[in-house]
Ligand binder design. Structure first.
Ligand SMILES: [Zn+2]
Length: 338
């Protein structure tokens, strides 16, 4: 199935429960955003209902095709509307579960972004989780399981999806998506084990941002105060850009640290800048690079959090602090003020 890569261990486990005829009535699939949880849940529904799973490895039989296409009467997906899953959707699901499967072994409902069920919806679904009708299954899919009530979590069998190893993901991007080896590696490493995050970064606007961040951070004076504010105004425009810029900067600083500490070019993320990395790394101390990394981590938490923050201010303060650490350490703080 397209985009599903690197979760073989999870599937071995799920296959075994199906083979042994003891699947649970409720599952909680958790793990990073874009890692393939939803695709895995759909594939699990196929596995439960496929007429010949031993033969149909790629899910192309008529049953599986209808499940994947969401046209099977015994498979449904609930997802948030305007940022929330409300109690009426849970009531709809309960009604759907009153009837036995029409043609499948299991009637399955997948609830995507399940943490967006509001409290009333979560309380309502508890009843179904506590007294599940036979041959019905709920699969909750979420990157934020901690936002679910503990009573909801505890009634589901937990399946954790680990980030896909960089080398595995890079191979996939190269062989299935046709990216060059170098590009596949960079995007895989920056996608932190998530297929969709890696693919999202495969566009000219991300490449431009990456070049800009790296060129500012490679310059001994960070291109002066104007360079910093040019970067700031570009990236504070939207939350994704800010998150991406911080991610590029963090991986760049990580590469510099890697160069200073282990001198191993094989693990460098920004491989196309290998020469520049060894050149720039010489200008800074390990301590200063760690301070910058900490600064980036702190800002990343603020920008990515759900709390309402002034992103422009966070980015400006972050960039000025980084300038103070990097320029102040080598060339005197007066350059920041100039
Ligand atoms: Zn099938």
């Amino acid at each position: 199935m397209d985009g599903l890569v690197g979760h073989e261990n999870v599937f071995t486990l799920l296959e075994r429960t199906v083979r042994e005829g003891r699947p649970a009535h409720a599952y909680l699939f958790s793990g990073l955003e874009g890692i393939g949880k939803k695709k895995a849940a759909v594939k699990f529904a196929c596995l439960l209902n496929c007429h010949d799973p031993a033969v149909d490895h790629d899910g192309t039989c008529p049953v599986c095709r209808r499940i994947v296409g969401e046209t099977h009467p015994d498979f449904s997906i609930e997802k948030p509307e305007r940022g929330m899953i409300r109690i009426d959707r849970v009531r709809f699901l309960q009604n759907y579960f009153r009837y036995a499967p029409v043609e499948a072994n299991w009637r399955v409902t997948l609830i995507d972004d399940a943490h967006l069920m509001n409290r009333a919806a979560q309380n309502a679904i508890l009843k179904t989780l506590e007294e599940p009708p036979p041959q019905r299954m709920i699969i909750l899919v979420t990157a934020k399981p901690y936002l679910l009530l503990s009573t909801v979590r505890s009634r589901c069998r937990r399946v954790r999806f680990r980030p896909i190893p960089t080398a595995t993901l890079a191979d996939f991007l190269q062989s299935e998506k046709g990216l060059s080896a170098e590009k596949a590696w960079i995007l895989a490493a920056m996608g932190f084990g998530s297929v969709s995050r890696s693919l999202e970064m495969d566009n000219p606007s991300f490449s431009h941002l990456r070049e800009l961040v790296i060129s500012v951070l490679s310059d001994p004076g960070l291109k002066g105060i104007s360079g910093i504010f040019e970067l700031s105004s570009l990236i504070s425009a939207d939350r994704n850009k800010a998150g991406e810029a911080i991610q590029i900067a963090s991986t760049w600083i990580r590469d510099l640290l890697q160069e200073k500490i282990v001198c191993d070019s094989k693990t460098i993320i920004h491989r196309d800048y290998a020469e520049r990395i060894s050149d720039v790394a010489r200008h800074y101390t390990i301590e200063h690079l760690f301070q910058v990394y900490e600064e980036l981590t702190r800002s990343s938490l603020l920008v990515e959090s759900d709390i309402n923050v002034n992103r422009n201010l966070v980015m400006d303060v972050m960039l000025l602090r980084i300038a103070r650490i990097l320029i102040g350490s080598n060339f005197g703080i007066s350059q920041v003020e100039a």
